[in-house]
Design a protein around this ligand. Structure first.
Ligand code: NDP
Length: 239
């Protein structure tokens, strides 16, 4: 069964690994990217790459129109695109806060709301939101990011209740620290501090996040909705 899958921010990092996993499983995959050019690997896998900044509703609308024209209605949406702007509260500007919320939370709202139209018509759909262990544990210097990621849980659980009867599931994956550009900016000292708290004592590979997302989109996960699945090496245990 080849489904129409959309992964936001699928040009690199975790999103790229998710897009690759769906494409290799035979789905029709589209990704959005905001800047630069998507890697050649995606074209080789037959993945449709659409430029779209999720902070702009008009760009989201245009991206969906292009994807629907080529792949049909989106059946599986993975809202993965996200940013950090880490700093302590005393130095955090309003823009540092609102831009992170606008991308991570409101951007997710924009893409989920637009996908919902086709899913309602089809009376089926799978939505997976990429949150973070930090949304549940908090982290000094990440109040903006943690707030945006925690909010995804309430968002997903509300929609799980609102749209469960329409056969649309909403789940959250909460990764721990993953080896991507986002964590490359951490100093060696920060890295060592983090690893000391992770029971599995290593970072995740992006493919390990993709595996959980693929499962949540699979038939085997048909009865799972409103769940928060940690893929964090044990870092957030109990939250
Ligand atoms: P990267 O920084 O490697 O990639 C982020 C992706 O999001 C890029 O594709 C980027 O596009 C895209 N993006 C950012 N802002 C926008 C926007 N306004 N519109 C459209 N696309 C946008 O991050 P990761 O792969 O590490 O992270 C992916 C997700 O996983 C994020 O939501 C992140 O918060 C979450 N996460 C990551 C963890 C980690 O340790 N790495 C841990 C827990 C959660 P572009 O290339 O154009 O910048």
């Amino acid at each position: 069964m080849s489904r129409s899958v959309l992964v936001t921010g699928g040009n690199r990092g975790i999103g790229l690994a998710i897009a690759r996993a769906f494409a290799q499983a035979g789905d029709k995959v589209a990704i959005t990217y905001r800047s630069g050019e998507p890697p050649q690997e995606l074209a080789d896998l037959g993945v449709l790459a659409v430029r779209c900044d999720i902070t702009d509703s008009e760009q989201v609308e245009q991206a969906y129109k292009e994807i629907e024209a080529k792949h049909g209605n989106v059946e599986v949406l993975v809202a993965n695109a996200g940013i950090t702007k880490d700093t302590l509260l005393m130095r955090m500007s309003e823009e540092d806060f609102t831009s992170v919320v606008d991308t991570n939370l409101t951007g997710t709202f924009r893409v989920v709301k637009r996908a919902n139209r086709g899913m309602l018509r089809a009376k089926k759909g799978r939505v997976v939101l990429i949150s973070s262990v930090v949304g549940l544990l908090g982290a000094a210097g990440q109040a903006n990011y943690a707030a945006s990621k925690a909010a995804l849980v309430g968002f997903a659980r509300s929609l799980a209740r609102e749209l469960g009867s329409r056969n649309i599931t909403f789940n959250v994956v909460a990764p721990g620290f993953v080896d991507t550009d986002m964590t490359k900016v951490l100093s060696d000292e920060q890295r060592a501090d983090i690893l000391a708290q992770v029971p599995l004592a290593r970072y995740a590979q992006p493919e390990e996040i993709a595996a959980a997302v693929s499962f949540l989109a699979s038939d085997d996960a048909a009865y799972i909705t409103g769940a928060v699945i940690p893929v964090d090496g044990g870092l957030g245990m109990g939250h």
